[in-house]
Design a protein around this ligand. Structure first.
Ligand SMILES: Nc1ncnc2c1ncn2[C@@H]1O[C@H](COP(=O)(O)OP(=O)(O)OP(=O)(O)O)[C@@H](O)[C@H]1O
Ligand SMILES: [Mg+2]
Length: 418
């Protein structure tokens, strides 16, 4: 295994595109290049709506990160997001192929996962992730890695995350146009969870919520593995437009007011002094009024946050996860910095809440320590798992036509076993 490998993550968000380049060894993931805040173009609610503009923003972000890292990127893990993302849990069962040692082989595991994958998705849909949750051998359940065990009947429970083929093709096309191959598409929820969730939270049962500019991505974990994912087509941008309507201001000014209020709330929280009653000075924006009671701004913001968290609560009820997530909700993404998020999440979801920031990397951490970097950092950590699991070593040349050998697929899947 080479000592160090460059792994790149590109998070194509609705408001910003961020490229993160890391040098990965057996023991650490060191960030060596980041693009910072490159405004996204041609992306709406997670979907590409204008290829040329999207390509321009991706190219800008890539160049900036490459310059900082002093490397030229040829492949990347790229996030995919949007309300087309759906999920299902599927069961697979096969007879173990007889062999001399009567042990379950990698091939048996590949076959059972393939059997679980044989669900009928419409031709417009494509699988993004197949995550084995649990194996059973001859009805003995709860087995995490069956290779090498004895038995005649192998079963698996998987969580499949799938998306619109067109949406996926468009993202791949944009990235290819900047001369980069897509090593894997990674659902934003999966990526962010790699960066902000702890193993204990995943094991206990937790809901991750990534509030971006145009989307809110969710993913729930039980017993260490994902069980449900969904994306709402709403995010922080709507908070800004609500404020713009309320204040009769330009969107740019409303965004500045939102950020200032949110930063102040963050500092206030740290000092246990969140001001809600006093007036807020907005004289610099030349609006109809020069000062506004903070409570009025909070009312506007709270209404939108309540809508977001109530929709999430409905989803939790719909998929029967009420009472099953003792580790509560971890909120991340740029929108998690909005003033009042923690309180609103607590009230509307009735679960413990924390704000998740990316962890697990070293190097240029100042640039990537905020929650809006969760998906970008997570894409790198996802790639790192594959690399360390041995499955990134040699299928590089074949990515174009997606040909991977069975054992590489298994190596990949095993990298993600809880
Ligand atoms: N300090 C802050 N306070 C409040 N809101 C913030 C702050 N920083 C960023 N945001 C908001 O976060 C949102 C952008 O978050 P993020 O960068 O995670 O989105 P994105 O990944 O581009 O979008 P998406 O994931 O929806 O495609 C914007 O609406 C922005 O106003
Ligand atoms: Mg995002």
């Amino acid at each position: 295994m080479p000592k160090e490998k460059i792994i790149t993550g590109i998070d194509i968000g609705s408001t910003r595109v961020s490229t993160t380049i890391a040098s990965v060894s057996e023991s650490k993931v060191s960030v060596v290049g980041v693009s910072g805040d490159i405004t996204s173009k041609g992306i709406n609610k997670g979907n590409v709506i204008d290829i040329d503009s999207a390509v321009e923003a991706i190219a800008q972000s890539l160049e900036k990160a490459e310059r900082m890292a002093g490397v030229s990127v040829s492949k990347a893990f790229v996030t995919i997001n949007g309300s087309h993302i759906e999920t299902l849990n599927s069961h697979g069962v096969v007879a173990v192929a007889p062999n001399q040692t009567s042990e379950i082989s990698k091939d048996d595991v590949a076959r059972v996962i393939e059997a679980a994958q044989a669900v009928s998705l419409p031709s417009t849909r494509e699988v993004i992730h197949v995550i084995p949750r649990d194996f059973a051998i001859d009805s003995l359940e709860g087995i995490k890695d069956p290779v090498g065990m004895s038995g005649v009947r192998l079963e698996v429970e998987t969580n499949i995350i799938h998306g619109s083929s067109i949406a996926m093709k468009n993202i791949i096309r944009c990235v290819n146009q900047v001369g980069v191959e897509v090593e894997e598409l990674v659902y934003t929820g999966i990526a962010s969870s790699e960066a902000v969730l702890t193993d204990t939270e995943k094991e206990l049962g937790v809901l991750l919520v990534d509030i971006g500019g145009g989307t809110t991505s969710m993913i729930a974990f039980l017993d260490g593995s994902p069980v449900h994912s969904a994306v709402l087509p709403i995010g922080g941008r709507l908070v800004t437009s609500d404020l713009a309507i309320g204040l009769r201001s330009r969107l740019e000014d409303a965004e500045k007011i939102k950020l200032r209020l949110s930063n102040e709330a963050l500092i206030g929280k740290a000092m246990d002094n969140v001001k809600r009653d006093e007036e807020f000075d907005i004289s610099e924006f030349n609006l109809e009024i020069e000062r506004i009671p903070r409570n009025m701004l909070y009312k506007i913001i709270d209404a939108r946050l309540e809508e977001i968290f109530r929709l999430i609560a409905l989803e939790v009820v719909k998929v029967n996860l009420v009472g099953k997530l003792p580790a509560g909700v971890v909120v991340t993404g740029g929108g998690s910095l909005t003033a009042g998020v923690e309180r609103s999440a607590k009230v509307n979801l009735k679960m413990p809440v924390r704000i998740g920031t990316p962890k697990g990397v070293t190097g240029l951490i100042d640039e990537i320590q905020g929650p809006s970097s969760a998906a970008g950092v997570g894409a790198i950590l996802y790639g790192t798992k594959l690399y360390r699991g041995g499955s990134l070593l040699s299928f590089d040349e074949h990515r174009g036509n997606m040909k991977k050998s069975v054992s590489k697929i298994i190596d990949k899947l095993r990298s993600f076993l809880p």
